[in-house]
Design a protein around this ligand. Sequence first.
Ligand code: SAM
Length: 201
Amino acid sequence: MTPPPDHSPQHGHSPQHGNSPRPLPTPTEMEARYSQSAQLWSGKPNRALVDFASTLRPGTALDVGCGEGADLQWLSDQGWEATGIDFAPTAVKRTRERGLRAYLSSLKDFDHPPFDLVNVQFGGIPATAAAVAKLESLVAPGGKLLFVHHDWESTEMAMPAWLANNLQQLEVIEYRKLSRAVNTGAGAGHAYDLVLTAERR
Ligand SMILES: C[S@@+](CC[C@H](N)C(=O)[O-])C[C@H]1O[C@@H](n2cnc3c(N)ncnc32)[C@H](O)[C@@H]1O
């Protein structure tokens, strides 16, 4: 595995591309984005999810920040018992319209027995000990976490390298850069993703 750069709290976050630091998205901002278009994202499952989950035996899965449900749909089609949460009402509505199970909730407020797989793709997860603890609490014994984001600098939002250095209970499996080819939707235009996988042994 490529060791992630040290982004532990005492070192702060280092700029990766000289981007402006990204603030945490709010539910109000995300809802405004959804309400401005009939479909915000590409509608295709994220490559990192397809790569990783294809290596696992289907069980229960949680998609944190499920958006319009493309990842949930793929998980469900592969035999996973998949549940999504999103803090934007229109995202939850669109996911439910596909016949998928989704709840209107932020990660912070979501209480549920743990899952075999927790998928977080481009979520606005605070870079705090409380958010790390909540995320870890949702991963079952033997379960896996897949946490993906753009190569952004942020002091507020958990990025994969920061999370790798701040997990308390899960063990890092791998941290890697993954090229992406998303050409449609609001996620187009990024050359690669940063991908963290971890597990509870
Ligand atoms: C960039 S979108 C990605 C959507 C989808 N996972 C995908 O890759 O197509 C991130 C989604 O996460 C939701 N979100 C962000 N932070 C969240 C949080 N802390 N709790 C719940 N939902 C969150 C947003 O409303 C948005 O729908």
